[in-house]
Design a protein around this ligand. Structure first.
Ligand SMILES: Nc1ncnc2c1ncn2[C@@H]1O[C@H](COP(=O)(O)OP(=O)(O)O)[C@@H](O)[C@H]1O
Ligand SMILES: [Mg+2]
Length: 288
C-alpha cells in the first residue's frame, strides 16, 4: 500500500483538523521563534529552527522524530537547561530562562537519590521549598498512591524494579508541584510488559494530576496509545513539521486494546512513520 493511499483514510485526513493558533484555554508554555545553535571552537551546528509552540494545561503531548533531530534539545529548552537560544520561552506568561520548579523533568534513567527511600525521595523537593513535615507527608502520600507504590514507600531505590523506580521518579516530579512535566523517553529501558503497564499508569496519572505532559518517544505506537496531541519533528535543522490531535484519542477513556483494534490504527501508524522520515510523497500531500 503506498503512502498516498494511506493518507486517504478519514482519520488521517483529520490530522489537519488541529490548528494550534485556534486553541483557547490556559497555556502552560509558549515558545516564540526559538532557534538553537550548538557552537564549539571549529563550527556551529543549527539544531532547532524557528520553533513556535503553545502547550496547554490539558495537553498530553507526544513528540516523535528521527534520532538526532533535536527532541532532547527542545526538551532542554523547555526545562530551562538550554539557555543559549534566540527567541522567547514563557511559562504561564512569564519569561523562563533557567530551571524552575514549575517545570519538572523525568529522565530515561530515574533521577532518584540512592540513599533516600521512596517516600523521602518524593518529599525531597518539598523539603527544599521549606514545606512543613505534616504537609510534606500528606503530599507525598497522595502522589505515592497515584503511582501505586503505597506498599513500597520505605524501600530504597536499589530495592525497586525498573518500572517502580520510574514511577517513584514520576511521583517525585509531580509532588514538586510542577505545572508541566517533561519526560524524555522514560520507558525505553523497560521490558515490553512493564512498559505497557507504565503507559497505562502514566495515562491515568495524567488524567488525575491536571498537568501538561510533554513526552518524547521514538515509538509511534506508544504515541498513538497515550497522547492527546502529537508533534512530529524533522531534522537538519530540527523543526516541528506536524502538530495535530491524536485522531485515535477522541474518546478520552478508550483503553489500549480498543485503540489497537481501531481499523485505522495500522494505517495511521504507517503514515506517521512516513512523516517522521520526512517522506517526500507524504510531505507533498500535506492535508492542509
Ligand atoms: N551539547 C551539545 N553540543 C553539541 N551538539 C549537540 C549537543 N547536544 C546535542 N547535540 C547535537 O544536536 C543534535 C540534536 O541532538 P538531540 O537533541 O539529542 O536529538 P534527539 O533527542 O532527537 O536524538 C544532534 O546532532 C546532536 O549530536
Ligand atoms: Mg534524545
Amino acid at each position: 500500500m503506498s503512502s498516498t493511499t494511506r493518507l486517504e483514510f478519514p482519520k488521517i485526513a483529520s490530522l489537519s483538523a488541529y490548528r494550534p493558533e485556534k486553541r483557547t484555554g490556559s497555556c502552560s508554555v509558549e515558545l516564540r521563534n526559538v532557534n538553537l545553535t550548538y557552537r564549539n571552537r571549529k563550527n556551529s551546528v543549527p539544531v532547532l529552527h524557528d520553533i513556535n509552540l503553545r502547550l496547554f494545561d490539558d495537553d498530553f503531548v507526544c513528540v516523535l522524530g528521527p534520532s538526532g533531530c533535536g527532541k532532547t534539545s527542545l526538551l532542554n529548552v523547555l526545562a530551562g537547561y538550554n539557555t543559549d537560544i534566540t527567541g522567547e520561552v514563557l511559562v504561564h506568561g512569564s519569561q523562563h530562562s533557567r530551571p524552575d520548579p514549575r517545570v519538572g523533568v523525568v529522565f530515561q534513567q530515574p533521577n532518584l537519590f540512592p540513599w533516600l527511600n521512596v517516600e523521602k525521595n518524593v518529599e525531597f523537593g518539598l523539603v527544599m521549598k521549606g514545606i512543613p513535615r505534616k504537609e510534606r507527608t500528606s503530599v507525598s502520600a497522595h502522589y505515592i498512591h497515584l503511582v501505586d507504590l503505597d506498599g513500597s514507600k520505605k524501600l530504597l531505590p536499589h530495592q525497586l524494579s525498573g518500572g517502580m523506580k520510574q514511577r517513584a521518579a514520576i511521583a517525585m516530579t509531580l509532588a514538586a508541584d510542577s505545572k508541566i512535566v517533561l519526560l524524555d523517553e522514560p520507558f525505553s529501558g523497560l521490558d515490553a510488559l512493564t512498559r505497557e503497564a507504565m503507559q497505562r499508569h502514566l495515562r491515568s496519572i495524567w488524567k488525575t494530576s491536571n498537568k501538561c505532559f510533554f513526552f518524547i518517544t521514538h515509538d509511534v505506537e506508544e504515541a498513538l496509545l497515550i497522547s492527546t496531541r502529537i508533534l512530529i519533528m524533522n531534522a537538519h535543522p530540527g523543526r516541528i513539521a506536524w502538530d495535530f490531535h491524536n485522531p485515535l484519542r477522541q474518546d478520552g477513556d478508550a483503553d489500549f486494546d480498543k485503540i489497537r483494534a481501531d481499523k485505522e490504527f495500522v494505517p495511521l501508524r504507517s503514515a506517521l512513520v512516513d512523516l517522521i522520515q520526512g517522506d517526500d510523497e507524504a510531505d507533498s500531500r500535506k492535508v492542509s
